[in-house]
Each structure stands twice: as structure tokens, then as C-alpha cells.
Design a protein around this ligand. Structure first.
Ligand code: NOJ
Ligand code: CA
Length: 724
């Protein structure tokens, strides 16, 4: 489908764009207040104390952000911190709708009140800065804008000083501030407890750079004592470093902390330019945090003309077996010192290489038989003998296969089976090497029928001294997405900077990992509550390639020894296909394990990837989530529910179903005696009739979950079934 029909902001009958301009005399302009369209939120801006800009945010009369200063510290010239006067302000409102190419709902409403403040610094050559606030019903977005102006072309940011002064000692779901990784486990605590918990939370991760002072990453999720949910993140991170939050745990104040570059600078700006949006999503209902589309709304529509080639992908992979004890390896040879220009066919085979012709063909057969779109193959290319930990520049060339992987034969075999092979580009952090080779790598993909690539950035970044979350790498990821689009290639990045809604602008950047994902189940286990937090944190920024679907949960199965296990029940793994939104979803376990549980596997085969509507039925960060979604363009619904380590009973409402019609529901649930640690594979499958009036109280075991598929059916098929 073409760009125009799917992506442009539609001018609907109710489209309203009104400008009310307030012109005032510079210093005479006092506090400016705007309210959200439904009046629940109010934002006040003023310039005070020596010309410092301040903002504050209230929700239903309660303070969310107390008066907080705004400013940018500039290197080697006066800062954008003080001495400001208001030149002019403009208030406007927007109420439009747009359709994401792929998403949780067909139509997204973009409805906000905007306050644009034009500031000048009379003492500094009349330098200009603008601050744009957009107040939605579900929160606030604001950014700094650096307009083209007579006395400022270039400057370097020393630090951004955006304050978020909170109203109390909130409960907070957090991971440590770090310039290189977002793969930490979440800690839940009070803000005041952060100092004593930080050291324990900062576990070892390959390539990490924890922030020296007390800081947490965004998205940060908080809950106040009186039940207000507050989420702080950013939107449209482009040509700017990612932001962490410094924490003053005594006064409950946070402030922006940008990721530095190799020489310690925090952003190179050429006017006309702007910062990313700083976002504060607020509600007294946790479900509304998950339903928020504020971050997507603050991103630009796509500039791609043709998006017809961008599609949801359900895939399997020669991947999880690399984590299974004794099974197979990415590497082909036993050597531990290799260089790209040597002859890899002369290596000593280790006898365990995973990506062999025979193995890949069997995965293709399995994918074809069960209706998957693609098979990811990792370890197909030379270099894996010596890829990690050496800050090495030329690790992979992205085009040369190992001797036992026949690119053309497998290309033709996959095509004959109607399956795509998904490319894998692990860069080992050497973005320099990747950029040099990118065009040849993408041409190689085109020539061999690949349309999607999983990228990876494990290791310290080359150019040396740069960080995964710095401005240089932020630009790198976007460069890769745009260049991939030139070749009609979809991208799934791992270890990249946390997402900020750019999947709207670059829809071929379909999903990212950028958090502690399923692979950690094989490296110590994810806490049962982890996936009740991720949708409130990491997923606020965009779809996650979480790689769910692990059925084999036993001890001793995984590489790293006896205490390794998957910390969920089998039924909970099914629920993730609904609770962890992504248009790209993996069935991550190995085919053998799916063949042992064909009836549960059916849910993964059936579940949709793209949605007309989503209903967040129940949610509490750290505790539980229940979501129902309607498949795009189909009368099919899927429901997923998860709990933390505690058992619970979910209350599932079906009122979103069309009235007066009976549907066929299949309920995949934990057995009564199931639990993530003692009996994870005990599940039940029940069939029933549901209508819009049905209600179901569903048991979830400790660390458990459930999944439901709902379809249309003939009356005869429904006859013998119980009605819920
Ligand atoms: C880390 C990725 O998250 C994982 O999926 C991948 O297999 C390895 N890097 C190797 O590239
Ligand atoms: Ca990873």
C-alpha cells in the first residue's frame, strides 16, 4: 500500500487546528498556563529568578512535576540557562487522527494543546531559544528548539539541565543509568532507597559504562503514594545523545544526564535544530499508561514513499539452540585468533557448528509446515571464533559464509518452501566496520532474497570511546534503518539505544531488543515480575523483539549449568505474544520442543502480529497485565494475561466483542498445580463459547499466565461447548 493512504495525517471532518496568538511585551509576560483537551492536566511556564525558564505540571490538581528549571549548558560560550526574556508565546491546539502502518490499533488520535515559548537572551547577542510544550490527555511532551539566527550557527552541549522535580518519595521501577547497555534487571523501590540499592542493581553486562553519579535510565516508571502513575522518557531521539536521569534521592529531584561522546562532549548542534521531546505520561490508571500513544504522536510521520514492503514477521531461528547445553555454536572452527582475510575453510571444524546446510533446511521445513514467515540464521558468516571482548575493528564482513553454509542453495530451498531467511549482522560493536561494509552487505542480501536483518552491537563501540547511547551511535542506527529502506530491508536491532517511537518515522526499523530479553532466561533467569514491568518501561518507546515462546523450562538444559532455568510457566510464554507488543515476533524455542507440545504451539501459530484495536483490561507494574487485542482486518481476538511470582485470578471482560454473536474461544491456562519453579509445563486447554456479555475469572499460577484465542465458528462447532 502506498504512503498516502496509510501514513499521511488525515484531514477529517473534525480536524481542528486553531491558533490563538498571545503577543506580549517581553518581561511583562507572566506565567503561562495551558490545559490538556480534557482539562485533567495543566502546564505552567514562567521565566523567573534571573531569567531562568521554569515549568510545572499538575494532574487533577495534584502536582506531578513541581516547578523545575529548563536549560542547556553550552561549551566554551554562554549557556542557554539564564538571562532569558519571553519574546512571544503562541497557544494552539490539534485534534487529528492517523494510521500507523503496523500497530496496536488501526487509528491513533493526536489531540493536544500546544504552548510555544519564544525566548531571547538580550545580554547574549539576543540569542534565541524556543521551548515547545504539547499537553495531551495522557501527558506532556516538550522540547528545546534552536532556530536559525544571526548570532548562532554551531554550538556544543556540555549538559542538558532539564529538571523533573517530583512531588514525593514515589515507588520507582528502575535500571541503573548506563551509557552502553539497557540489559539490566529492574529494581522496584522507593526513590529514597536508590543510593543503597544501586551497587547491587549494577550487575555485570558485556560492554557497560554505569553512570558515576546516582542515575537511572528512561523510560522510568513511578507510582505515587496516592496512586498516580508517572512515566518519564523521550520521543524522537535524532541527532542527539540519549538521556538518563540524575537522581537526588533526598529531595526527589531528577535531572537530565546526556550520554557523552569519546571526548566528553554531549551533543553537536547546528541551527536550525531541536532536542528530542522529553515526555511525562501521567494517569491515575495504570492501564492508561500502557494505552498511551503520546510518544508515537510526538514522532514525525514517515518520509518513505513506498511502505508496501514493510510487513509483520513471525519467525523461528537457528538461535536458541546456542544456549542449550552441548548442542551447537555460532563458530565453525576451534581457533581463537582469526582474521577476515584468512581462509576459513582451513579452520579445524569444532563439530558443533549450528548454521549448517542440513540444520538450516530442517528449520526451513519446520517454518514452512507451521506457517512462519522467516527463519533467522545466526552463525552463518565467518568471524565467530574471535568476535567478543577485544575491541576489535574488523570482526565480520557480513558477506562471507562458513564453508558448510551454501547461500545460493539455501536461498533457493527457502524460496521453494515460501519462507524467508532472516539475515544476521552482529557488528560486535564495531559500527565503523559495519558502515564501511553496509552497502555491500545489503546488496548481498538483495541478491540472495533476504528482506530482513537482525543487527547486534555486543561489545564496546568502535569508533573507540563512543557509547551505544551517544549522538554518534544514535545517528548510526538511523543511518542503518534509512539505508536498509533503500534496499527494502526491515531491521530488528539488538543492543541499540532504547527506542523512542522512531518506528513511526522509519517503519522498517520494525523492532528492537534494547532491554533484558529472553536470552537471559538461559543466563540466570529473568525474575517472574520482569515482564510485568517491561511494558511500562522499555516498551513505552516501541516494539520489543523479546523472543518469547520457550517451552523447555527445565533445569540443567542450558549452557551455563545447574541453576539455569526459564522463570515462567509454559502458559505465560504464550501470553507474551499479546502482552509484549511487536509486529515482529519470534517463536524462540527449538523445533523439537514445539513438537513435544503441539497443542500449546497452536496458539503461537494462530496469534496475530498486527492489530485493529487493543484493550488494556488490567495492569499494575510489577504485578500483572491482562490485554485483549483484535487482529487487523479479521474477526479474531487474542487475550494474554501474566502475573509475577504470585498466583492470581484475572477478571477477563469480553465486552469488546461485537454484540449478539457467539464466538469460539480456546483458553490456554496454567494447570491448578502449575508454578514457574516447580511445575512450569503443566497447562490446560479448554474450548468454550464467548459473547460480548461473557466474563471469565481465570487462575494464573505463581510466575504464570494464560492466553486465549477467539474466532468465528459455525453453529455446529459451538453446539457442544460451554458458554462463559
Ligand atoms: C546478543 C543478541 O541479543 C542475541 O540475540 C544474539 O544471538 C547475540 N547477541 C549474538 O549476536
Ligand atoms: Ca541482547
Amino acid at each position: 500500500m502506498l504512503y498516502h493512504s496509510r501514513f499521511s495525517i488525515k484531514s477529517k471532518a473534525h480536524f481542528a487546528l486553531s491558533f490563538l496568538l498571545f503577543f506580549g511585551l517581553n518581561a511583562a509576560l507572566g506565567a503561562q498556563t495551558i490545559t490538556s483537551p480534557n482539562k485533567n492536566l495543566s502546564l505552567t511556564f514562567e521565566v523567573k529568578n534571573n531569567g531562568i525558564p521554569f515549568y510545572q505540571l499538575q494532574y487533577k490538581g495534584k502536582p506531578v512535576i513541581k516547578p523545575s528549571a529548563l536549560g542547556i549548558e553550552v561549551k566554551d560560550s554562554p549557556s542557554f540557562m539564564e538571562g532569558f526574556e519571553i519574546d512571544r508565546t503562541e497557544v494552539s491546539s490539534v485534534d487529528t487522527t492517523w494510521e500507523p502502518l503496523m500497530g496496536e490499533q488501526k487509528t491513533i488520535r493526536n489531540n493536544y494543546t500546544e504552548l510555544l515559548v519564544l525566548l531571547k537572551q538580550p545580554q547574549v547577542d539576543n540569542r534565541q531559544l524556543r521551548i515547545r510544550f504539547r499537553l495531551f490527555n495522557d501527558g506532556l511532551g516538550f522540547r528545546y528548539e534552536f532556530p536559525k539566527q544571526p548570532n548562532l550557527n554551531y554550538f556544543i552541549i556540555k549538559e542538558e539541565h532539564t529538571q523533573f522535580n517530583l512531588a514525593g518519595n514515589h515507588k520507582i521501577f528502575w535500571i541503573p543509568g548506563d551509557y552502553d547497555t539497557n540489559e539490566y534487571a529492574y529494581t522496584t523501590s522507593k526513590i529514597a532507597e536508590l543510593p543503597q540499592l544501586m551497587e547491587k542493581a549494577t550487575v555485570f553486562i558485556t560492554a557497560q559504562h554505569p553512570i558515576e553519579n546516582l542515575a537511572v535510565q528512561t523510560p522510568t516508571m513511578m507510582k505515587t503514594d496516592d496512586g498516580l502513575y508517572i512515566n518519564i522518557h523521550e520521543a524522537a531521539l535524532v541527532n542527539y545523545p540519549a538521556m538518563s536521569l540524575n537522581v537526588d534521592a533526598v529531595n526527589f529531584k531528577m535531572s537530565s544526564h546526556l550520554t557523552p561522546d569519546a571526548v566528553g562532549n554531549k551533543g553537536y548542534i547546528q541551527t536550525d535544530a531541536q532536542s528530542p521531546w522529553r515526555t511525562v505520561v501521567v494517569s491515575d490508571k495504570a492501564t492508561e499508561i500502557l494505552a498511551s500513544k503520546l510518544i508515537l504522536n510526538l514522532n514525525e510521520p514517515t518520509a518513505y514513499k513506498d511502505v508496501s514492503w514493510i510487513k509483520p514477521i513471525k519467525y523461528i531461528g537457528v538461535w536458541w539452540e546456542y544456549f542449550v547445553a552441548g548442542k551447537s555454536t555460532w563458530a565453525y572452527g576451534t581457533e581463537t585468533n582469526v582474521k577476515l582475510d584468512q581462509d576459513f575453510s582451513k579452520l579445524t571444524p569444532n563439530g558443533k557448528h549450528g548454521a549448517t546446510n542440513a540444520r538450516v533446511k530442517s528449520y526451513i521445513d519446520f517454518a514452512s509446515k507451521h506457517g512462519f514467515d522467516a527463519v533467522l540464521v545466526e552463525g552463518w558468516n565467518i568471524g565467530w571464533e574471535d568476535w567478543i571482548g577485544n575491541w576489535k575493528e574488523n570482526v565480520f564482513d557480513f558477506i562471507t559464509p562458513y564453508p558448510d553454509f551454501d547461500v545460493k542453495m539455501l536461498r533457493d530451498y527457502a524460496a521453494s518452501k515460501g519462507v524467508k531467511i532472516m539475515m544476521h549482522h552482529e557488528t560486535s560493536g564495531s559500527a565503523t566496520n559495519y558502515e564501511r561494509r553496509l552497502d555491500r552487505a545489503f546488496q548481498f542480501m538483495k541478491d540472495n532474497n533476504y528482506n530482513a536483518v537482525k543487527t547486534g552491537y555486543v561489545g564496546q563501540i568502535v569508533p573507540r570511546g563512543e557509547h551505544h547511547d551517544g549522538q554518534w551511535m544514535v545517528n548510526h542506527y538511523i543511518h542503518v534503518a534509512k539505508r536498509a529502506a533503500d534496499y527494502k530491508i526491515m531491521v530488528n536491532s539488538h543492543e541499540a539505544v532504547r527506542p523512542t517511537g522512531l518506528n513511526r518515522t522509519y517503519p522498517n526499523w520494525v523492532a528492537q531488543e534494547s532491554a533484558r530479553g529472553t536470552e537471559f532466561e538461559a543466563m540466570g533467569g529473568l525474575a517472574p515480575e520482569h515482564t510485568t514491568i517491561l511494558p511500562f518501561t522499555r516498551l513505552m518507546g516501541g516494539p520489543m523483539d523479546f523472543t518469547p515462546g520457550i517451552f523447555q523450562t527445565d533445569l540443567t538444559y542450558y549452557n551455563t549449568g545447574g541453576n539455569q532455568r526459564v522463570n515462567t510457566t509454559l502458559a505465560k510464554q504464550l501470553a507474551y505474544y499479546v502482552t509484549m507488543y511487536s509486529p515482529l515476533q519470534m517463536a524462540a524455542d527449538i523445533p523439537d520442543n514445539y513438537e513435544r507440545f503441539p497443542d500449546a504451539f497452536q496458539f503461537i501459530k494462530d496469534v496475530a502480529l498486527d492489530w485493529d484495536a487493543s484493550y488494556i483490561l488490567e495492569a499494575e507494574p510489577g504485578d500483572y497485565i491482562t490485554i485483549a487485542r483484535k487482529a487487523k482486518g479479521k474477526n479474531e481476538w487474542y487475550v494474554g494475561g501474566i502475573t509475577d511470582e504470585n498466583p492470581r485470578t484475572a477478571t477477563i471482560d469480553f465486552s469488546y466483542l461485537p454484540e449478539g454473536k457467539k464466538y469460539f474461544a480456546t483458553i490456554y491456562a496454567d494447570a491448578k498445580d502449575a508454578s514457574w519453579d516447580k511445575n512450569p509445563q503443566a497447562y490446560t486447554i479448554k474450548k468454550a463459547v464467548v459473547t460480548s456479555k461473557s466474563k471469565l475469572n481465570q487462575f494464573l499460577a505463581p510466575g504464570g499466565g494464560f492466553a486465549i484465542s477467539i474466532k468465528e465458528a459455525e453453529a455446529s462447532e459451538l453446539k457442544s461447548l460451554k458458554r462463559l
